[in-house]
Design a protein around this ligand. Sequence first.
Ligand code: FE2
Length: 402
Amino acid sequence: MASATIKRIPTSALRTGMFVHDLDCNWMDHPFLSNKFLLDNVQTIQKIASAGIRHVYIDVSQGRDVEEAPTAQEVQAAVQSQVEQLAAKPSEESKTSVAEEVDRARALFREATSVIRNLMEDVRLGKQVEVESIDPMAERMVQSVFRNHHALTGISRIKTKDEYTFMHCVSVAGLLITFARAQGFAEQDIHQVAIGGLLHDIGKTLTPDEVLNKPGKLTPEEFEIMKGHVTHSRDILQETLGISQTALDISVLHHERIDGTGYPLGLSGEQISLIGKMSAIVDVYDALTSVRVYKEAWEPSVALKKMLEWSPAHFDRTLVQHFIRCLGIYPVGSLVALESGLVGIVLEQGKDLLRPQLRIVYNGRKRCYEKVRDVDLGNNQNDRIIATVSPADHGIDIGAFL
Ligand SMILES: [Fe+2]
């Protein structure tokens, strides 16, 4: 993607004879089987536009060129500079350290996943949702986030493919609690945010398994069935006693997009409430950073940068910036490579978000595991992060080191 022959152009500038290198959007939002293809008919251009894709990367070495368009390198540099401007403005400090909270957060995440699994089973069997059954869990999650939000959000990065549906609900709840707190929501509203996060995909209980867990790209018909989970959620939650408007908004609005290309209502801009806009950001971030039956997990910092690039079309840019400030540029649980060749897991954020505390586990130059030790980049100006690394590349089990 860093090649100078790759350019980013608006979808409206697409012409036949161009070679599409990448559709600049979340893979879940488009109906194409591949991201790379020669544009040989206008129907495909129309299909790209009607899928809500605003920008496309083209490879001008393999197809028609355009004069005025930034290269992929220029786009990446612009996003990087936006991210670096956030580096000196981390969100407020935590009451406890990640190390003190992480075991509680791990147990809580496991327990909450089991509560949601049972709840979804019950709904599938026709039972009504009882908010009281998840109230205590929601409150414990709020308290964990208030002690240290990086512990629960870092732990929830580690998911299994087959438990994705349930783990995603728990993870979205933890991220939304974190985000709502940083936005200054009142504590009783944050509790409702937690309930809304846990229940946001409850309608998936009515989505057929073969669509929900299909190990590949959905056909357009299957995608329509998948989209129906939002309406199912709304129908289920409207029948739920004691459900708040905040929780309903999270469930009904998390697939809406600022430019009106989302679903089910196609709302745009200020038609989407603040919590609706926040839910969209959190939902996509968690989906991108999760391993699925058909894809590997993206590294958190890669996902955050991509989301910044997709805003303001899909997301409120200022809110994406605030979200990055909550989690850090390299969120806890990220694997990063240093200039010295050392590779480490992010343990804690520092005052400078580009210089977190790390647990060193690997040496990329020597290609061998290192004696495990902690390094605070805030106190070590001789080294710096130069890239994010996929744990799968070195067979590193992040969960074992947190
Ligand atoms: Fe959803």
